[in-house]
Write a protein that binds this ligand. Sequence first.
Ligand code: NAD
Length: 402
Amino acid sequence: MMSLKIGIIGVGVRGASLSFLINKYFKKQLKIVALCDLIEEKCNKVKKEINDNKINIYKNAKSLVNNEKLDGLIITSHTDQHFKHAKLAAEKKIKSILDKPISVSLKDAKGIVELEKRNKFQFLMSFTRRYETSWIKAWNLIYNKKLIGDVYLIKLNSIVPYTRYFQTWHRYNKFSGGGINDKCSHHVDVLRWFANSEVVSLSSFGSRHSHFTSKKNKNIRCKDCYEKCNYRRYDALGDARENLKKFKNNYSSLNDKRQIDDHCVWADGSDILSHFTCNFDFENEVIGNINFSCFGPASEDQETLEVVGIKGKLKLIRSTGIIELTYDNGKKFKRIDAKDNYHQTSHFGADIRLLKSYINYLKNGKSEVSAENGIKSLKIIDMINKSIAKKGKLIENKIKKY
Ligand SMILES: NC(=O)c1ccc[n+]([C@@H]2O[C@H](COP(=O)([O-])OP(=O)(O)OC[C@H]3O[C@@H](n4cnc5c(N)ncnc54)[C@H](O)[C@@H]3O)[C@@H](O)[C@H]2O)c1
């Protein structure tokens, strides 16, 4: 079989990481023929690393789409750029991975769902937990094996060492929607998935801890600072462990706030929150809760999902892939090692599965996770932000269809 020709728009941390995975695991099925980034050097670096002289490089996404004959695209540009790139793909019906979150604004998200409908075509959204073996096994234990009976309570805790959110383009709500959108679009999607239902109303409190109140000039960057600091970009444990050094931004001479990735965490200008908690009421009587916080930087990624049903309960620890299952009305207990052989790869193996799902979708056009899921998640993020702004006000989900 001929390999499928693909292009990538946005060759930063995520785009580069998916390129390396394709090169390592899917060379026979997928061929990267074109890369596009505002910073050409980022493309050159990836091209060199995967050692393929024939890859064409573009600074402009429209030129890439117009000049290349593509079977597929991967859109991993900044979140506020997703609509623009999704439009290019949809108009030519190029099947595309559209990375999460779908967008920053609901207007863009609606535009993307509209593109799907108008062009009778679907994107494949990469909500990674939907592709993670341990999460899929947990869902199967609950809904196929029915081991805990009817679900009525779901709790997700995510305490992540992502203080880099204060240092990169994520630090501005207009580019990313902050950690609430960037990270919790996953969590909200997980709650919908595990509740098997839609949110009716929610109430949320959130804040930016005073520890992160701006106290430095907005231009101060790690590269120009010699203070001893726990948050020094790329030395922080979270970044080092995720091997982000490999993707280190060498373009530190750039003075564009979209591109700088080593802002001081106390540099002026950031408007994102550091933590929040939210309670959810679902259509089918399930009650849910998410607690999210950036914590660190020197800590493990800590994410747990707990689901309680009328006959049992399940706890999933994401980083270890261990499921603790209490069932048979509490009489039985099992500890299940639910991780797969790829657990050590990015997103605990999810990206390998995502790429497998992408190959199937390129062949048969069926998307496992369409933009419809993206907008449902963003709608809830929008409600969370509204509730936080009104100190926990109950916000109802009035929109059922998009
Ligand atoms: N599925 C996941 O779990 C997951 C994980 C990480 C990132 N992401 C998503 O991937 C996207 C990228 O995140 P990242 O961490 O790689 O950021 P990044 O800054 O490292 O990379 C994004 C790249 O897009 C480029 N870009 C921005 N606008 C562009 C445009 N108009 N044309 C061409 N290139 C453009 C930037 O120059 C940058 O190199 C975000 O939407 C993020 O939420 C998803």
